[in-house]
Design a protein around this ligand. Structure first.
Ligand SMILES: Cc1cc2nc3c(=O)[nH]c(=O)nc-3n(C[C@H](O)[C@H](O)[C@H](O)COP(=O)(O)OP(=O)(O)OC[C@H]3O[C@@H](n4cnc5c(N)ncnc54)[C@H](O)[C@@H]3O)c2cc1C
Length: 292
């Protein structure tokens, strides 16, 4: 029996992939709902100010997309991402890296560069569907560990508690708004510093803040103000805030996911950072390879 502790993006991918590979799996989740429940689900192959492709993004996404698709239609929404230029310097930075970025460029205009292969995963829905499949396949679900071979997928709460030794983290709190903007009609994901994701019915998700010092959970007025400022860099339209959420990104040094074994404790799968959607399925497969 394999015991997976935590059922966020990491735990869901690990648990399902082990089940599909023929293992008996038990999930332990304390239902505190980690960052996977609030993540915007953005899949941006070239995030960040420096036009740096995410680490091994092509390889990771090649494994991730079919996995999400195997769980049903409508979880991943393929939407073009328009990375707007900040200024001429920003555009020159892009031009210097243009060759390296070729696989992701759909179009370059005076407004910005349109990335191909981007979109967003409906994370809360993914967790629901993954749980349904897990239980339908006879998986066990408990609140407290029972022993057996343990794989800790505990996200930022596990990193902050220090579940595993010698794991330095620099987890970052983030806040997101959902806003209603009747009549704006923007149907691309916009990105420049922050981002706006159209999710249908005049609703948009906007984010996100980064805070490495205040790791207490819960939305704040300050965070809301910062996200509203981000939104106003994209549109002058009137908006109504309909939701405000916060979570903590589990970040380990160099922002790469980590699969680690510790004698007497078990395995740890953590450090998905701000790109959990891209990397979670791959770490699940890697975990199976390690335990074979
Ligand atoms: C504001 C914000 C926006 C984000 N946007 C994006 C985005 O657009 N795209 C993207 O790819 N990523 C995004 N992320 C990052 C993404 O949320 C994370 O990479 C990912 O969700 C981490 O998943 P996880 O499974 O490692 O952790 P979690 O989702 O935190 O899951 C861990 C689970 O383990 C449980 N748990 C912990 N300890 C125990 C225990 N002792 N016993 C039982 N259960 C336990 C927790 O309750 C939780 O359910 C965002 C994060 C934030 C905060």
């Amino acid at each position: 029996m394999v015991e997976v502790i935590g059922f966020g993006l990491a735990g869901a991918c690990v648990a399902l992939q082990f089940q599909r590979a023929g293992y008996n799996v038990r999930v332990i989740d304390d239902r505190r709902e980690g960052s996977s429940h609030i993540a915007a689900g953005l899949v941006n192959p070239v995030a960040g100010r420096n036009f740096e492709p995410s680490w091994e993004v092509e390889k990771a996404w090649k494994r991730a997309l079919p996995f999400y698709q195997s769980l049903g239609e409508g979880l991943f929404h393929s939407v073009p991402i328009l990375r707007l230029w900040s200024d001429e310097k920003d555009r020159s930075k892009f031009e210097r890296k243009r060759n390296l970025l070729k696989p992701w460029i759909a179009e370059v205009t005076d407004e910005g560069v349109l990335w191909a292969k981007g979109g967003w995963l409906d994370c809360p829905r993914f967790l629901e569907v993954a749980r349904e499949e897990f239980l339908a396949r006879g998986g066990e679900w408990h609140d407290a560990p029972k022993g057996d071979s343990q794989i800790w997928c505990a996200g930022a709460s596990g990193l902050i508690r220090g579940d595993f030794t010698d794991v330095e983290h620099r987890s970052a709190k983030g806040e997101i708004l959902t806003v209603r903007i009747p009549g704006w009609g923007e149907n691309r994901i916009l990105n420049r510093g922050g981002w706006v994701i159209p999710i249908g019915a005049d609703l948009y998700r906007v984010g996100a803040t980064y805070d490495w010092d205040q790791l207490e959970t819960g939305p704040t007025e300050k965070g809301r103000g910062k996200v509203e400022t981000i939104l106003q860099t994209f549109t002058n339209c009137d908006y109504e805030v309909v939701d405000h959420v916060a979570g903590i990104r589990p970040i380990i040094n160099r922002s790469k996911p980590m699969v680690k074994f510790q004698e007497g404790k078990g395995w740890m799968v953590n450090g998905l950072g701000s790109k959990g959607v891209i990397y979670a399925p791959r770490v699940g497969f890697e975990m199976i390879d390690r335990l074979k």
